[in-house]
Design a protein around this ligand. Structure first.
Ligand code: SAM
Ligand code: FES
Length: 360
């Protein structure tokens, strides 16, 4: 039993030494964790990040280019069934304009994220990726477009995309079923992630912390899956309710649990790219700073035109929906400087990722 601090300390030390725990040990750590060991864990996570990435925090320019989605994920504010959601699409030229602005501000990764919008078929998406690749040779292109066919992922990779973010959302089948409509399946989600990896992308999976129905066992299964997949990126952030969803009345995930899990992930995957997400900043004014101090090393400020920001409302009270990109850039730089971190322009690939080896 972890009731006493000795057991928590033992499990944290074991995680640091072996970069993994057994499923029952993760559950024990999660159930027994209280604030007393937060700093002990965070300090180990910071040291692991420092060893591989130093004090730099990578900035990714996030372009939320479509709020149309054919899916109906029960937690999501832009789900197809939400008749109140405001829909927009950025044009090819508007996306390039965001990249130009971002490049001038020092961003060297662009993340194109959107709902699953069939309007952006392979021909159009490949054309967009190709033109970004041609104009910004020194930048990485990250896609987050949801589930597509293997052939589609391959075409986008061949067009010049480097990375792909696709949160698995939960590795527990029953829990997945409670968060998604019957038309979606965890098998397919996982298959997509393995295919992306085989193609040679730097891959990111992830989950929401304290989404409705999530238990410590679910989180332990998430961690086991993540260790098996060995992704280059893991995105976790608190679940936050959206007023037009079935989960409107559910409680948001907590800062403490999210921070603890960022540190756990850093110890499990010391070389991973871990964002301190906008959702974390939305539940607490210093959420992103605390995320970095718990082992995260990536921030994803918004590069989308201010006019559409409020239309990409995944959850209520999302921050940074009114500021210009330059303002967000300045704000984050000063926030990071205050905690002793820098935000120098760099592609910021995962340490040790070898594109050629990934293809073998
Ligand atoms: N369509 C792409 C996909 O499915 O991967 C990318 C867009 S999707 C909106 C990006 C992520 O937002 C999801 O993977 C989910 O984890 C997160 N998200 C959606 N609704 C949320 C909520 N209510 N609270 C916190 N995160 C949420
Ligand atoms: Fe598709 Fe949220 S349901 S992006």
């Amino acid at each position: 039993m972890i009731g006493d601090g000795g057991a928590a300390k033992f499990l944290i030390d074991k995680l640091e030494a072996e970069q993994m725990l057994k499923k029952e040990e993760f559950i024990e750590l999660l159930d027994g964790f209280d604030g007393a060991f937060d700093e002990y864990l965070a300090q180990k996570a910071r040291a692991a990040k420092q060893e591989h990435y130093g004090a730099n925090v990578y900035l990714r320019g996030l372009i939320e280019f479509t709020s149309w989605c054919k899916n109906d994920c029960l937690y999501c504010g832009i789900r197809a069934g939400n008749k109140n959601a405001q829909r927009y699409r950025l044009s090819h030229e508007e996306i390039l304009k965001c990249c130009r602005q971002g490049h001038a501000l020092g961003f060297r990764t662009f993340v194109l994220q959107g709902g699953e919008d069939p309007f952006f078929n392979d021909d159009l998406m490949c054309a967009i990726v190709r033109s970004i690749r041609l104009e910004f040779e020194d930048c990485a292109i990250t896609l987050s477009l949801g589930e597509r066919s293997r052939q589609s992922y391959q075409r986008l990779f061949d067009a010049g995309a480097d990375r792909y973010l696709l949160r698995h959302e939960t590795a527990n089948f029953k829990h997945y079923g409670a968060l998604h409509p019957k038309t979606m399946s965890l098998e397919k989600r996982m298959r997509c992630l393995w295919e992306l990896k085989e193609i040679g992308y730097q891959v990111g999976c992830g989950f929401m912390v304290e989404s409705p129905g999530q238990t410590s066992e679910c989180i332990a299964e998430d961690l086991m899956f993540i260790k098996r997949l060995e992704p280059q990126m893991v995105g976790i952030g608190p679940f936050i309710p959206h007023k037009d969803t079935a989960f409107a009345k559910c409680r948001a995930g907590t800062l403490e649990k999210t921070l603890m899990l960022i540190s756990v992930l850093r110890l499990m995957l010391p070389k991973a790219l871990l964002p301190a997400t906008t959702a974390l900043g939305s539940i607490s004014p210093l959420g992103r700073e605390l995320g970095i101090l718990h082992g995260a090393n990536v921030l994803m400020p918004n590069l989308s035109p201010v006019g559409v920001r409020k239309k990409y409302m995944l959850y209520d009270n999302k921050i940074c929906t009114g500021e210009e990109a330059a303002e967000c850039r300045r704000c984050l730089q000063s926030r990071m400087e205050k905690i002793g971190c820098s935000t120098e322009p760099a592609r910021g690939d995962a340490v040790g990722f070898d594109r050629l080896k990934a293809l073998v």
